[in-house]
Design a protein around this ligand. Structure first.
Ligand SMILES: Cc1ncc(COP(=O)(O)O)c(C=O)c1O
Length: 393
């Protein structure tokens, strides 16, 4: 019997053979014990807020990302929100945001008082391109939020050059791309600031909500530190209007234990993705993730295929005990929250939203599980002469 973590706050129970979308740390008893020992150590000190444990994690995470600074915060959303504020972006400003991200990327812009300019993406990589960014530039645009969606780094270097030339900031949304390489650097070390989520299901996940920002800019790092804790430095000297968005010491302790394993987990994710892609290659009606370009990387936070009858495939996989999910079923521009922006049609994002399906992929998945997933998808798709009719049945 295993507990399946199936989304923000949702716990469901599955029995015996089903393959859940993701397995968390309960699936690794050795890791669990090590992290619990660290949690007990922190609890016995009573040092729960900022302090030595958070600083140690920040130093280790900055080293891992190849940046001078890492600032621990309370979530990925806060990391992005405070990054925009630290960059001085606010009312009257606009930020380029891909429409096919999790809504938090846009929300962070709104929380800073600015307006997201939602744009389309390249249909193969599902990422922004330098051309898309160039075409969206206007005098109001003050930054671009570059999302390394699903764990893939695209043309980040080229986009950084476009941003530099235009005099706007580049904020990397690395919530799904911990450790992903990009032309010799790592996600979070390419733009002005990198923003990470450690939501439990992420490649590096805490035991609750947590996040971090990475940067080489000491002034930006200082503003992030002030903003996350009431603008306070020193105690009761409030230098700017901040908030409560600190990383908990307990989360930092868990993250330190897990950071030591991240490289191996990402390697395992890539291996499993290759196995799924090999197994599904050439299957009519199913499009596997595009190959990774030279110098690029993909750490497969999610393994996402496309299928014209996505909902039929999803249903049929569910009947075979294989979980799947849709990340995300609506472009941000189509959500009620952002309808008022009146964004023009974004054809690639809209098509993708109707066809994408995330299959199970996590470091605890076995080769046999991956083969079962391949066999099930093939069984569903190949077993039918007209996939759209039969899958939808
Ligand atoms: C692309 C992206 N950006 C931002 C976030 C927000 O992170 P958090 O849930 O930690 O606030 C997420 C997390 O789901 C995400 O996937």
């Amino acid at each position: 019997m295993l507990a399946e973590y199936s989304g923000h706050g949702l716990m469901t129970t599955v029995t015996a053979d089903p393959i859940p979308l993701v397995l968390l740390d309960y699936a690794d008893p050795e890791l669990l014990e090590e992290a619990l020992t660290e949690v007990a150590r922190i609890a016995s000190t009573g040092a729960f807020t900022l302090g030595a444990e958070v600083e140690a994690f920040e130093s280790e995470f900055a080293t891992f990302c190849g940046t001078d600074h890492a600032i621990g915060v309370s979530s990925g959303t806060e990391s992005l929100h405070l990054a925009f504020r630290a960059l001085g972006i606010g009312p009257g400003d606009e930020v380029i945001v891909p429409a096919n991200s999790f809504i938090a990327t846009a929300e962070a812009v709104s929380l800073a008082g600015a307006t997201p300019r939602l744009v389309d993406v390249d249909e193969d990589t599902q990422l922004l391109t330098p051309d898309i960014v160039r075409r969206a530039l206007t005098p109001r645009i003050k930054a671009v939020a570059l999302v390394h969606l699903f764990g893939r780094t695209g043309e980040a270097r080229e986009i950084a050059a476009v941003a530099r030339e235009a005099g706007i900031a580049l904020v990397e949304d690395c919530a799904q791309a911990h450790g992903a390489a990009c032309d010799g650097a790592r996600a979070g070390a390419i733009g002005d600031i990198g923003c990470f989520s450690f939501y439990p299901t992420k490649n590096l996940g805490a035991w609750g909500d947590a996040g971090a920002a990475t940067t080489n800019d000491p002034a930006l790092a200082e503003r992030m530190r002030l903003l996350r804790s009431h603008g306070e430095q020193p105690r009761y000297h409030h230098r700017m209007v901040g908030t409560t968005a600190r990383l908990d010491a307990l989360q930092a302790a868990v993250l330190r234990v897990k950071l030591r394993r991240l490289e191996d987990w990402n390697t395992r994710r890539r291996e499993l993705a290759a196995r799924l892609t090999d197994g599904l290659a050439g299957l009519p009606g199913v499009t596997v993730p595009a190959p990774v370009r030279d110098g690029g990387d993909h750490v497969y936070h999610l393994y996402v295929v496309r299928c014209a009858d996505r909902d039929g495939l999803r249903r049929a996989l569910g009947e075979r005990g294989i979980a799947s999910a849709v990340h995300y079923p609506f472009p941000i521009s189509s959500t009620e929250a952002y309808a008022s922006l009146g964004t023009p049609p974004l054809p690639a994002s809209e098509r993708l939203a109707g066809e994408i399906l995330s299959l199970p992929l996590h470091p605890h998945l076995t080769d046999a599980d991956a083969d079962r997933i391949v066999a099930a998808v093939r069984d569903v798709v190949e077993g039918q002469s007209t996939p759209s009719r039969s899958l939808g049945a």
